[in-house]
Design a protein around this ligand. Structure first.
Ligand SMILES: *Cc1c(COP(=O)(O)O)cnc(C)c1O
Length: 346
């Protein structure tokens, strides 16, 4: 199977499994797992923050951040297509007692002006704005990179009003590799950043939440409250350390493959393709089968893809490149889609 559904489907490589098996471990709830500690230090160093916390999932990282930055009864500004708003259940309401204030972005990106208009004035019957969240790269917008200047404008605006800003940076390293801008520059000024090890970096489990020492101390308590206190987690952290050493630069390859895929698909007359910034390709089928039907037909022929996420058109398909996808897989996929749409090429 050529599995293009997500970059979460990657399996640990033999070399990664070897370092996992050999990892030095201890009970991390006692603060005694040396490998977890090394990973947390490494992540903090990578993003230029004082501290970091290893969490089981990106969702827990985001929701821990929301819980730590807000008080019940506040609003959190999020983008319409964001992961936090769409596919983390309603956990900000459940666990933090806050409600989302949703801004429509232009392919995932909103402006400081929109944020300014959404921040509630200080009137006693209005819910105060407690947090602003950005997502870089933006998953549902096709791995879109937030332009750095636009992000800085939002940061300045929010901070000027005394409001913290969290970055859902599940794929921030894709943005860094694609732009050549160090991750710590892309995340400069954010009050917290989450990034995933379990996506393109190829780890089986885990994400990191980065921020100030004080913030991470609070986040550690919240992680435990959410059920995320782990014991000999060094086995997982070892995979993370390995990935940060060996799987970051190679993300460039995934981006090349995504562009190959997008170019190939764009040459088929029935498709319109969003030019990919990173490793996610979204295309719309102008005529012929809808997304569900096309994905079913591809599946029967050995290619897995998904209709694009929640709230999008039934004619959009998403394909994600990752370390399990080769250039030959991309070519085979393009040929197959062409055949299924009745536009086989020579
Ligand atoms: C995958 C993802 C998450 C959540 O990560 P999980 O580990 O699946 O909980 C958060 N934000 C974005 C943008 C993601 O793509």
């Amino acid at each position: 199977m050529i599995d293009l559904r997500s970059d979460t489907v990657t399996r640990p490589t033999p070399a990664m499994r070897e370092v996992m098996a050999a990892a030095e471990v201890g009970d991390d709830v006692y603060g005694e797992d040396p490998t977890v500690r090394r990973l947390e230090e490494r992540a903090a160093d990578l993003l230029g923050t004082e501290a970091a916390l290893f969490v089981p999932s990106g969702t827990m990282g985001n929701q821990t951040a929301i819980a730590c930055h807000t008080r019940p009864g506040q609003e959190v500004i999020v983008e319409e297509g964001s992961h936090i708003y769409n596919v983390e259940l309603a956990t900000m309401a459940r666990f933090s007692g806050v409600q989302p204030r949703v801004l429509p972005g232009e392919r995932g990106v909103f402006t400081a002006r929109q944020v300014a208009a959404a921040i509630r004035p200080d009137i006693y019957y209005l819910a105060p704005t407690g947090l602003v969240c950005l997502e870089n790269t933006h998953n549902a917008a096709g791995g879109r990179i937030w332009p750095l200047a636009a992000a800085r404008e939002v940061l300045d605006l929010a901070h000027g009003r005394g409001i913290p800003v969290h970055l859902d940076g599940a794929r921030i390293l894709n943005a860094s590799v694609a732009t050549g801008i160090p991750a710590r520059e892309l995340t400069l000024g954010f009050d917290s950043v989450m990034f995933c090890l379990s996506k393109g970096l190829g780890c089986p489990v885990g994400s990191l939440l980065c921020g100030s020492r004080e913030f991470i101390a609070a986040a550690r308590r919240t992680r435990k409250a959410l059920g995320g206190g782990m014991r000999q987690a060094g086995i997982l952290a070892a995979a993370g350390l390995y990935a940060l050493d060996h799987h970051v630069d190679r993300l460039a390859q995934d981006h090349v493959h995504a562009r190959l895929l997008a170019d190939g698909l764009a040459s088929l007359p029935a498709l319109s393709v969003w030019p990919p910034d990173t490793n996610i390709v979204i295309f719309e089928i102008a005529r012929g089968p809808d997304a569900e039907a096309l994905c079913q037909r591809l599946r029967d022929r050995g290619v897995l893809a998904s209709p694009a996420g929640a709230g999008t058109s039934a004619r959009q398909v998403r394909m994600v490149t990752h370390l399990g996808i080769s250039a030959a897989d991309v070519q085979r996929t393009v040929d197959l889609v062409g055949r299924e749409l009745g536009t086989a090429r020579a």
